[in-house]
Ligand binder design. Structure first.
Ligand SMILES: Nc1ncnc2c1ncn2[C@@H]1O[C@H](COP(=O)(O)OP(=O)(O)OP(=O)(O)O)[C@@H](O)[C@H]1O
Ligand SMILES: [Mg+2]
Length: 274
């Protein structure tokens, strides 16, 4: 069942070019969808349109059959959270505790319940000891975890990550990615993740490729990456394994395995037959 549906969505910041150009696709409930594309291909614009942070002027977007428009946005935003690239630009509270509580205050959750919810989610993202810290004094990875805890506390069923790990060091990246995979593992939360990380794309159920604002491909990751030549035309990388497959293909050797170990075994088998 599709939870999010985009139909012929276009968006221009000014009259000259379309940042998003006639994009249609849908996202099933519980899926983990990655969006990839070169810089300026319209990924963040698309995320903001889905989240109701930019007005849908052309085409339509629905979330659980609700049209994303001025009237429905408050209702949709209760169910949808968005984590941005820069962890510094998403703090409202003066302490981690206040920050995680912010959305709950808006929802008018009673204060005793609120305290328990804040502590539950701080624990979930491993920030219990930091509840009284000022968010500004945390590391990048910790800041992203505060942002994610604040969103999880609202119990959304959709979370959009817009390059949420790109400014983090390898350790921070790994932590946040693991948190995302854990969330994606359940059937309850639908995740849309904008990323340049091929490894992450391979973990997702479905991949949307944008180029110059247009939908370039939409398929399962294995099929997307099987089009290595097409992806290179729009300056995107393919996984190492696909490069290996392609190179052997040029010598008429077809490798079917999806990991390097499997490919080596295939090669050994074919060698022993000769
Ligand atoms: N606030 C804005 N005002 C005017 N033009 C904008 C604005 N934000 C984005 N654009 C333009 O819209 C196009 C799409 O930008 P967008 O930020 O959606 O791309 P992106 O795929 O997220 O890129 P990146 O990978 O660099 O984050 C680009 O040409 C960009 O210059
Ligand atoms: Mg962007």
């Amino acid at each position: 069942m599709s939870l999010i549906e985009l139909k012929n969505v276009s968006y221009s910041y000014n009259d000259s070019t379309k940042a998003v150009d006639d994009v249609s696709f849908s996202v099933r409930k519980g899926d983990y969808v990655t969006i990839i594309g070169h810089n300026g291909s319209g990924k963040s614009t698309l995320a903001k349109l889905i989240a109701g942070l930019l007005p849908v002027k052309e085409g339509s977007i629905t979330v659980d059959s609700l049209e994303v428009n001025e009237e429905n946005i408050p209702q949709i935003r209760k169910r949808l959270g968005i984590v941005f690239q820069n962890p510094d630009n998403q703090f409202i509270g003066s302490t981690v505790r206040d920050d995680i509580a912010f959305g709950l205050e808006n929802k008018q959750v009673p204060s005793d319940e609120m305290e328990a919810i804040v502590e539950e989610y701080a624990k979930k993202v491993g920030l219990t000891e930091y509840l009284n810290y000022e968010p500004q004094n945390l590391s990048g990875g910790q800041k992203q975890r505060v942002a994610i805890a604040g969103i999880l506390a609202m119990s959304p069923d959709i979370i959009i990550f817009d390059e949420a790990t790109s400014m983090l060091d390898p350790k921070g990246k790994k932590e946040i990615k693991q948190l995302m995979y854990d969330l994606a593992g359940g059937d309850d939360i639908t995740i849309i993740s904008i990323t340049h990380d091929i490894e992450e794309v391979l973990q997702s159920d479905d991949c949307v490729v944008l180029s110059k604002g247009k939908l370039f491909m939409h398929d399962v990751p294995e099929k997307v990456f099987a089009n290595a030549e097409k992806l290179r035309q729009i300056d995107l990388d393919v996984p190492f394994i696909e490069n290996v497959r392609e190179t052997f293909g040029k010598y008429k050797i077809k490798l079917k395995a999806n990991d390097l170990k499997g490919m080596v075994e295939e090669l050994c088998r074919s060698g022993s037959k000769r």
